[in-house]
Design a binder for this molecule. Sequence first.
Ligand SMILES: [Zn+2]
Length: 387
Amino acid sequence: MLVRYAILLAFILLASSCRDSEAEAEEASTVSTARAVLDDAYLFSAREGGTSYVTSSGGRRVCVAEDSALPVRRGELVEKVHSVRSTRALVSMTDGRKGWLDIALMEPALGENALLANSIDWEDIRSEPSKQASIAKSGDTPSRYGRNSPVRVAAWHYDAELYRERKTLETLKVWAQIYIEGELVGWVDPANIRLDGQIHDRAFAPVWYPVRWVSRLLGDGVIAAILILPFYILPVMCGFVVAKKLSKLLRFLPNIVLYLIIVVVAYQIYSISFISVVDASAYRWGEGRMYGYLLFGFLTLIVMFGALKAATQSVREGRCPACKRWMGQVQRREHLSTETETTTTTTRYGDGSESISRKTIEDEHWQDYCRCSNCGHAWSLSRVERR
Ligand SMILES: [Zn+2]
């Protein structure tokens, strides 16, 4: 049953992934107005790196572009943007050269080209591109803009003198000038905005696209985040499939080793998909996006333990303890007893009144009788279901 569910979920994800990348490709090809390079720049071979530290003539260590980077001149035209990551975009120039260009060195796309990645207050918006600049505050406008507000990035700013010395934006502070709802609001840290199609450097595209698709389908918000929870059982399901395959090859493996394999595989997948899910879904908010990370971690743990419980039960039922073949089947499930435990909490208030709350936990004890259709071995399993 679990395997069938996993296959179904995987199929849905795959289908959505294909649909989304097709849509993405279409979007990119229809909005292919050429955009100018704003300063002498480089096309790097990867979305990260291609720079190194050298000691300048003044004796300081500075970050510079490596020789492998292709130089492009100010005013040259970018014909097509293929992909947008944290700080660089994969672009093709009109002369056919292709590489990763620092986003802030390319003219912003026309029209609304971004969303707010998190809610921002007026304190986050400056009148000039500098931390010392005054807050770009005006009287009757709202003091806070919500996450996902449509934004137009009109211009980028960085220290041009330092840039010409280092030839890379890697260690420089970049600012974005933004319009929200058609009104110029000021300069913000680019971490607060997400350009159209922008994906985090460490996000894994086959996870990112389906999660974003589901998120969009359900409306980008916390409800979407909770509704995509069932997908978090997938890593455990993958672990289960791997463990089952392996136990058919190495029949002597004890069940405990299979459980370990499931946990290790699931952990690997969770760690690869962590940034992807946070970046593509509704989990980006709060102080340094901390709340989002915590919520996602917490929800993942809950789902993971539930799925692990189901997976271990499947192993115990399906795998015959005698011949170690996956020919076991449950013949009968017997409900033995139910233990009820009630905790009463009495709260006394200052005015002498009391309130009593009762919480009931029911533990159902079950016995499952299994039989192997290969060797005829019969065994029973006990389990407790808490309600
Ligand atoms: Zn057997």
